[in-house]
Design a protein around this ligand. Structure first.
Ligand code: ATP
Ligand code: MG
Length: 417
C-alpha cells in the first residue's frame, strides 16, 4: 500500500473533535476582539516568501516546498501565513476601506524540516494579524488575547517571552555592534553563519547550531541598543501587560526566524512540549506592508502552532467529545422501513442520530450503541410496531419508556433534548 509522506499526518475522526473545539473557541474569542476570518490560498508565488521572510532564513534557504508549475512559474506551498495576509491587504486595497484591519485564519503550513514530535512538514497554524495600529496597546492586547485563549483551552505551564528587535532607526547601530562581536568569533560559526554574518548578521542570532549558540555568549542584545521611540514602546507594552496581570519574561535572546520582525516580538513558551517549547510566536512587522508594495502601515500578528496546542491542552474529553443523541436499533424489515424516515426527520431537527441498517440482533445492536456512546437507543421491532409503539432506552439510567409511533419524532425530541 501507499503510505503517507514523511512528516505528514492524518487527523482521524476521533482526534478531530478537539481540533474543532479549539477552532470554535478561537473563532469566538478572536471575533469578540474584533477580528474577522480571512481565507488565503495555500500556494503563492515563491517571491512573496523570499521577499518577506528573507533569503537568508532557514525557511527560505532550506525548508520551502517550491516547484515550477507546468508553465515554469515558481510557486511555493506556504510556510507561514503573514506574507499572504499582507499580500491580500495590499492587493485588495483593504487599507482604503479602513487602514485598520484585523484578520485571523486557520490552516496548514508546509516546511521541509526534520520530522519529530511536535514538528511536522505539514502543520497547522492559527494566525492573527492587525494592520494599521502603531500603538503599543495593541501589542499588549494581542498577548492578552493569546493568554486568554490558552486559559480557555486549559493550557497551563506557559509564559510569554517578550523582546524588542528595534526599528530601522536603531537597528543599524545594533548591527554594527553585532558585526564587531561576530568578527572575533568567525571560527566558531557554522558554515551557514559564516556567510550570514556578512550578508544578514542578525540571522546568526537565530541559528540553532550549538557551536553558534555558544559563540553568541555575551553577544550584544537589541534591547540595549533601542532608540528612544522603540524603548518607550517596549516600556509601555510591559506596563500594559502588568496592568492586565499577564506574567511575562523579558528575553533579550529572543529573535524570530523571519526577517520582517520589528519592535515587540514574543513567543509563548511551554514546559510541556519537550524540545519544541514554542507554542506560539509573533510580533510587529512595521515595514513589511511597504516592502511588499503597499502603503507604509504598521502591523503586528502571531501564529499559534495548532498541532502543539492540541498536544498540551488539558481539556477533558467530555468537553469536546462528539455526542450521539439517539441510536436507532431496528429489528426486522418493516421496522427498518419506518424508522428510516424517523431517523431522517430526527437528523434534521438538531439531533445526532445513527440508524443501523444491518440485520444483526438486539445484542449486537446494543453493543454498537455502547461503542458509539449513544445517549438513548430507540428500539423498534416489528412486534412493537404492530402494537403501535417503540421503546426508548436511556443508556445512562437504563430506564425504558414506551413511545407511541404516532408523533414519535416529536416525543423523542422532547425526551432527548
Ligand atoms: P520553532 O522554533 O519551534 O521552529 P518557529 O519559530 O519556526 O518555531 P514560527 O514560524 O514562529 O515557528 O511559527 C509559529 C508556531 O508554529 C511555532 O511556535 C510552533 O508552535 C508552530 N510550528 C512551527 N513550525 C512547526 C512545525 N514544523 N511543526 C509543528 N508546528 C510548528
Ligand atoms: Mg522553525
Amino acid at each position: 500500500m501507499v503510505h503517507l509522506i514523511r512528516g505528514f499526518k492524518d487527523i482521524l475522526p476521533n482526534e478531530v473533535e478537539i481540533w474543532q473545539h479549539i477552532e470554535k473557541t478561537v473563532k469566538m474569542i478572536f471575533e469578540d476582539f474584533g477580528f474577522s476570518e480571512i481565507r488565503l490560498p495555500i500556494l503563492e508565488r515563491t517571491e512573496l516568501f523570499s521577499r518577506s521572510i528573507g533569503e537568508d532564513t532557514d525557511i527560505v534557504e532550506k525548508e520551502m516546498y517550491t516547484f515550477a508549475d507546468r508553465k515554469g512559474d515558481l510557486i511555493t506551498l506556504r510556510p507561514e501565513a503573514t506574507a499572504s495576509a499582507v499580500r491580500s491587504y495590499i492587493q485588495h486595497k483593504l487599507y482604503a476601506v479602513d487602514p485598520i484591519q484585523k484578520f485571523y485564519t486557520i490552516g496548514p503550513m508546509f516546511r521541509r524540516e526534520r520530522p519529530q514530535k511536535g514538528r511536522y512538514r505539514q502543520f497547522y497554524q492559527i494566525n492573527a494579524e492587525v494592520f494599521g495600529v502603531e500603538s503599543p496597546f495593541i501589542d499588549a492586547q494581542l498577548i492578552y488575547m493569546l493568554m486568554l485563549l490558552f486559559s480557555k483551552l486549559s493550557v497551563d505551564d506557559i509564559s510569554p517571552h517578550i523582546n524588542s528587535l528595534g526599528c530601522l532607526a536603531c537597528r543599524p547601530k545594533f548591527k554594527e555592534a553585532l558585526v564587531t562581536f561576530l568578527s572575533g568569533k568567525t571560527d566558531q560559526l557554522c558554515s551557514d553563519c559564516k556567510r550570514r554574518k556578512d550578508k544578514n548578521p542578525l540571522r546568526v542570532l537565530d541559528c540553532k547550531v550549538s557551536s553558534c549558540q555558544e559563540a553568541l555568549e555575551g553577544a550584544p542584545a537589541t534591547l540595549d541598543h533601542l532608540c528612544d521611540g522603540c524603548r518607550e514602546h517596549f516600556e509601555k507594552v510591559k506596563d500594559l501587560l502588568e496592568k492586565l496581570k499577564v506574567e511575562f519574561v523579558v528575553n533579550k535572546r529572543l529573535v524570530r526566524g523571519l526577517d520582517y520582525y520589528t519592535r515587540t516580538t514574543f513567543e509563548i513558551q511551554t514546559g510541556s512540549l519537550g524540545a519544541q517549547s514554542a507554542v506560539a510566536g509573533g510580533g510587529r512587522y512595521d515595514n513589511l506592508v511597504k516592502i511588499l508594495g503597499g502603503p507604509d502601515t504598521p502591523a503586528i500578528g502571531f501564529a499559534i502552532g495548532l498541532d502543539r496546542l492540541v498536544e498540551i491542552t488539558n481539556l477533558k474529553k467530555d468537553v469536546y467529545e462528539k455526542r450521539l443523541n439517539v441510536f436507532i436499533a431496528t429489528l426486522g424489515e418493516n421496522s427498518r422501513e419506518m424508522a428510516f424516515e424517523w431517523a431522517c426527520d430526527l437528523g434534521s431537527s438538531e439531533m445526532s442520530v445513527e440508524i443501523d441498517f444491518s440485520n444483526r440482533g438486539l445484542k449486537g445492536l446494543m453493543k454498537r450503541a455502547d461503542r458509539l456512546k449513544a445517549e438513548y437507543v430507540l428500539i423498534v421491532g416489528d412486534k412493537e410496531l404492530e402494537e403501535g409503539s417503540a421503546v426508548l432506552r436511556n443508556m445512562k439510567t437504563k430506564e425504558q419508556v414506551s413511545v407511541p409511533v404516532e408523533g414519535i419524532v416529536d416525543s423523542v425530541r422532547k425526551i432527548v433534548l
